[in-house]
Design a protein around this ligand. Sequence first.
Ligand SMILES: *Cc1c(COP(=O)(O)O)cnc(C)c1O
Length: 445
Amino acid sequence: MKYYSTNNQAPVADLRKAVVKGLAEDKGLYMPQTIKTLPKVFYDEIHNLTFQEIAYNVASAFFGEDVDGDALQDIVYDTLSFDCPVVKVTDNIYSLELFHGPTLAFKDVGARFMARLLRYFTQSTLKNQSNPINVLVATSGDTGSAVANGFLGVEGIHVYVLYPKGKVSPIQECQFTTLGKNITAIEVDGVFDDCQALVKSAFMDEELNKHMKLTSANSINVARFLPQAFYYFNAYARMKQNVKMQKCNNLNIENLVVCVPSGNFGNICAGLFAKRMGLPIKRFIAANNANSVFYEYLQTGEYNPRPSIQTIANAMDVGAPSNFARVYDLYNKDYEAICQDISGATYSDAQIADTMREVYQQTGYVCDPHGACGYRALAEGLRGDEMGVFLETAHPAKFKTTVDNILGTDIEIPAKLQAFMKGTKQSVPMTKAFDDFKAYLMQQP
Ligand SMILES: *Cc1c(COP(=O)(O)O)cnc(C)c1O
């Protein structure tokens, strides 16, 4: 499979190049040249398949031409060592829980898949040379933990996580500073933008790139982006199973609406790919917090990116969604066609908090602030006999202070998260001056 750039000014790339480079030369995002549909028999039988089996079928459609079948199966099965179950919240609204991975957030799947695919592509070259691939990642919290844990223990790859000192929550900090092994946390005396600037300068520094092989684990990477399609197939399969077992009071699987709490729009875009592959999802809803650039696009046809504002659903605080370019490209820039498949919603912090309280009081289900946007958009947006699944993108304990404040609870921190908090923090202090960072990296093997 070849990958073209959404800016159409770069040469097409094979999968290996797209994964190692991340962004195309013209700064566009890579898109697969063809999106294969899956056969009818797959959809007929999907409810009898496990999450891993479904994911392997989907992964084969994307990557089967470029990755040996057995290796791909290992990559998929190893990535999905946890489930993403569908849980009933109300009569017609279900939650697809994507938070059962190592860092309790949905980004785990993309990060783990990418680490294993990168390992697959670099294995052969690594045998001849002893120096590892170095992944640099700047984080304001969540991405760093997912990437660090996704790459933890993966041979031949070293990860440097740059994070702003004192600006990430203690739980998040534990998730990438206590790991050791091939993960190094770098605590930058500055803000997130300083971390990102250090990473960008490192990629552009010739001397440094001669000294060590550098790559990024950015969320726009096709190896992080495409595996998110697995979720949608699993949501459909589990709902079809529910319908078959008559657990859905006469609801019809053909009326399935999927709602995705969205920031950079990578997750929902993978869902749109799934639909293109023949997955019969009726329509999508993109739920935003107060950062409503995409919502406004759907209302007006005008796309006006701008700086983000802070909200309690902070993983969606994005003012210029990077995957908008992919959505736009997928629909050939056709505004009407986009509106046929996707509608939008936007919620203030007060509305998010109200929704969390309402769901909790009426059903006992604890939504995190991101999932609450998804729930509310379904509660307000489902028509007639539609049924909805929202993607619950993070475990509420990841946002414990916010959730407890709003619900008056003292929610339990899952053992997985507690284990991180018992570890010892290890990090390398760093100034925000590139010369210091470069000097440090030049000393690394
Ligand atoms: C990253 C993230 C999102 C947004 O996903 P996008 O793919 O950027 O749209 C939503 N919720 C949580 C918890 C996240 O970490």
